[in-house]
Design a protein around this ligand. Structure first.
Ligand code: PCA
Length: 195
């Protein structure tokens, strides 16, 4: 009888950016444990181009069944799976791309191929606030998600989760803790591996 292998999951987290010293996305992905999957964790620079080159090369090498990229969204207070990525880089920072297509001639947008609503449900059931997001923005997170979806072969589930700042980074305490972000990501990975 053929041995059933565990799903291979590539989980990525961005390096700190914008003058911050930590990125909760990277802190959280580095703590995720998922016995039901063969998990590979990758640190990704918050840089247009390089981020996507690194992750797509790892997709070719590791051949994951699931690719889940994680970044920080400063203004949010819930864990937000992203539904869509659009074909534009618009950084609004000097020397960064403005209104540039990510893939010239590529589709205007791709839908994430992970089960985003199941992920939201699973994260909430794990006790962490979660909402579906319909925009990953136009900075490096959207760029990476678009490139990953453009690169992914048939049958690969790919998606993105934005996590809020952790209480250590911001005023006020109405934010999930780092431990809760880890719990949320573990629940999301499980949801991606099902079905
Ligand atoms: N968040 C940024 C880029 C890296 C990160 O963690 C974004 O939302 O685009």
């Amino acid at each position: 009888m053929e041995k059933i292998r565990k799903p291979r999951v590539l989980l990525t987290g961005f390096t700190p950016f914008g003058g911050e010293t930590v990125n909760p996305a990277l802190e959280a992905v580095n703590r995720v444990r998922c016995p039901e999957a063969e998990l590979r964790i990758l640190e990704v620079p918050t840089v247009f181009g390089d981020s996507a080159r690194l992750v797509t090369a790892e997709m070719d090498a590791f051949r994951p069944d699931v690719v889940l990229c994680v970044g920080q969204a400063a203004g949010r207070s819930a864990v937000t799976p992203e539904r869509v990525a659009i074909n534009v880089d618009d950084a609004r920072i000097p020397e960064q791309p403005v209104d540039a297509p990510i893939v010239p001639g590529g589709p205007a947008a791709y839908f994430a191929t992970v089960p985003v609503k199941d992920m939201v449900r699973a994260i909430r059931e794990a006790g962490v606030p979660s909402e579906l997001s319909n925009s990953a923005g136009t900075y490096v997170c959207n760029h990476l998600l678009y490139c990953v979806l453009h690169h992914a072969g048939p049958g690969v589930r790919a998606g993105f989760i934005h996590v809020p700042c952790i209480p250590e980074q911001t005023e006020g305490t109405d934010r999930p803790s780092l431990a809760q972000l880890v719990t949320a990501l573990e629940a999301a990975v499980s949801a991606c591996c099902k079905g």
